[in-house]
Design a protein. Structure first.
Length: 289
């Protein structure tokens, strides 16, 4: 890993939130590839973690690992191990491949027996299994599914995608009403640079290549953007990865339970009212010896 890291104030709390997105807390060191709020360190985690060895009491990341190639996951988790203090905790949340597969088989059998609602649930689960990995444009077929109004299986879909999904559907409905989709999380800086970046990075190359090559370029740029899922994990494979990179005693948790003191007050996996933010994830913690 590259050790040429930006300077970080190590007097800050030694709780580390990697790939934080919009879920961050001022008591934590929050790092993401794009800064979406005050105090978030902008950094590409494929280049390592910009902190010294054995500097963090807790390392946490949710819905990050599945976006990495399997070949890069071990190196990333080795970085997590490096920055964790002896006796420190790593907490990981990833989509639950085991649960998706169990639901898929259950809904498929129900659909085969004529259950129309189960057939809609089956369609959604197929998207969870495949679309997030094979899509060639932002949102993929999952976005098309969520644009249905009404959703044929709204209760089940919301059980799977949780509060973040509800907000996405609300935004999609606003797009229908107002003709555009509003993303409040986009920073002013990104909006201000959009025109320039499109001209330099996208439009100029398109003038120099044929239509089929342009399509290949668009797909390639999207596939490298970080949105797609590159691997899946279950309780066996995640525990094995943790042990492989040096952590010990991997234990399943839920969104509300943790060895991290006063975990729920940080509202990283749950809202203040206790609502689970991403119910499709499962949670595992381990210790650095």
């Amino acid at each position: 890993m590259n050790n040429d890291f930006p300077t970080v104030n190590m007097q800050a709390p030694k709780y580390l939130n990697l790939g934080c997105g919009t879920r961050h807390h001022p008591d934590w060191i929050n790092i993401d590839i794009a800064s979406r709020g005050p105090g978030i360190i902008q950094h590409d985690l494929s280049q390592g973690i910009p902190l010294p060895d054995s500097s963090c009491d807790v390392v946490y990341h949710a819905a990050v690992l599945e976006h990495m190639h399997r070949s890069g996951a071990e190196a990333f988790m080795a970085e997590c191990f490096r920055v964790t203090k002896p006796g420190g905790i790593v907490r990981i949340a990833v989509p639950d491949l085991e649960k998706i597969c169990q639901l898929y088989l259950f809904k498929m059998n129900a659909a085969l027996n004529g259950d129309e609602l189960a057939a809609s649930d089956y369609d959604w689960l197929m998207l969870e299994l495949f679309d997030q990995s094979v899509r060639e444009k932002s949102g993929g077929e999952m976005l098309n599914y969520l644009q249905q109004n009404p959703l044929p299986n709204e209760t089940f879909v919301y059980e799977r995608i949780g509060e973040e999904g509800r907000q996405l559907v609300k935004n999609l409905q606003k797009k229908e009403s107002h003709g555009r989709l509003n993303f409040p999380s986009f920073s002013k800086l990104i909006r201000g640079l959009r025109v320039l970046s499109r001209v330099v990075s996208y439009r100029l190359p398109k003038l120099l290549i044929c239509s089929s090559d342009r399509r290949a370029l668009e797909i390639g740029r999207f596939r490298l953007s970080g949105e797609v899922h590159r691997w899946g994990y279950d309780r066996y494979s995640l525990a094995r990865l943790l042990r492989l990179t040096g952590f010990q005693d991997p234990q399943l948790r839920d969104a509300k339970t943790s060895k991290i003191i006063n975990w729920t007050r940080f509202n990283l996996d749950t809202l203040p009212d206790g609502t689970i933010i991403k119910p499709d994830l499962f949670f595992m913690e381990a210790i650095k010896p």
